[in-house]
Ligand binder design. Sequence first.
Ligand SMILES: [Zn+2]
Length: 98
Amino acid sequence: MSILIRVWKELDLADIEKHTLIVGELSSDCSACKHIGIDSKAIQCPACATHFKYMAFRRKLEMHYLKKMKDELPGTTFIDFDDYKKAIGHRDARDLFK
Ligand SMILES: [Zn+2]
């Protein structure tokens, strides 16, 4: 039986920042240029042309929706939005003391 379960994996934060589609309740936005109103199934940003390799969800995530998105976008890596925000916060806080 196949299930969806969260796993931890080392990924490059800079790569995530450049290639993530952040899916919200009503529309999605690009992590690279912050363009809003992008279709949640877009593979490329209409404004800056970055390719979306990752997808994060600002909205509450329901498993049937995640399964549907995974089936439709098999090449996309799904990441936890809170983990992403925390990593950026840690990086920015560290940069303040450089
Ligand atoms: Zn963009």
